[in-house]
Design a protein around this ligand. Sequence first.
Ligand SMILES: *Cc1c(COP(=O)(O)O)cnc(C)c1O
Length: 390
Amino acid sequence: MNDSPAAALSGSAVDGGVADPTAFVPPTVFAAEAIVDLEAIRHNIRTFRAHYPQGKIMAAVKADAFGHGAPASATAALEGGADLLGFARLSEALQLRATGEEAPMFAWLNDVPNFARHARANDIDISVSGLDNLRAVAAENTGVNVHLEVETGLNRGGTVAAEWETLVAEAARFETEGSLSIRGIWSHLSHAGDLDAERTRAQSDRLQQAIQTARAAGLDPEFTHLANSSGVSLIDPSLYNMVRLGAGVYGIDEAGIGLRHAMTLTARVMQVKRAFAGEGVSYSHTYTLERDTTLALIAVGYADGLPWAAAGKAEVWLGGKRRRVAGRISMDQIMVDLGDDPVAEGDTAILFGPGTQGEPTVSEWAAWAGTLEHEIYCGIGARINRRYIN
Ligand SMILES: *Cc1c(COP(=O)(O)O)cnc(C)c1O
């Protein structure tokens, strides 16, 4: 890891034989990388499967698979035993379909014009969240597969109780006419992440009631689904035949079932220098040196998704130990306090990983910054190279 990016650039250009010293050649050695362990994703799906043997597993690869990269993560999740892929926005599903991914797909926000036509043409199931939405789908007259979303307590998407009877009656009529097909009925939990069994059960009861009303109106949905990652162990598995897993696929383990973090964020030491007692480090000198020390400049910052709010608490793994991040996190760089230990320019720091070597985890970063692991994963920036292993 001692190749400088400049050497990588000129090296590749010279290898090509045409020595245009001004030509830009993309680097092969990156200042910062997110290494994604695809076997961790497969392991996580298999772990859920052990808890949920009887139904379908939908792996949510929304938001570029929580920052892990949707195409590769989707493949790994399917290899691990997922049955279909879930997306927040239809546009995300269309984008992955365009790469040649053939797995069944479901998206719950219809964000493109003529969405029913696009969904039907690309064999993507969509969601309907209320009467206006249902009528818009029916008006396109495509026969698209629809999952009806029920409001059961989250107060986000979903059909409110007062509209439900009308909605299912109209849906049954549209289905008979052939303008759409009701494939599923579903809702989303508000307190599963807090492992609140009581509120979760109340939501499940409301959904069961809504499903009964729908059946009485003549609908016969193939799928009913409620649980997210943290909900799987809270909900009676016999009640539904699908779960929608996001966070847990990537290793965020809210229910403590033995999931593994898939992403390791690394960055290179770009400079090592001595600094002296009494000096301050980084913007506004929030970190003052009590004794002479060695500082390492690491090429990663808040533009790459490191939370600025973690400064003062954050640590990284470098040279076989945890080290404090010295002072504020910059847009593109952080400084790390090495004491008198020998660390060289070109060495690799681990910002977070599965924790197996002693490195911090994304959960620690989330605690340091007062945020969620989810937000950190989703915020890992486009400048960070994703490298896939296993
Ligand atoms: C993100 C999301 C999921 C996945 O939830 P996790 O808690 O990440 O497992 C499931 N369903 C919906 C509607 C979502 O928005």
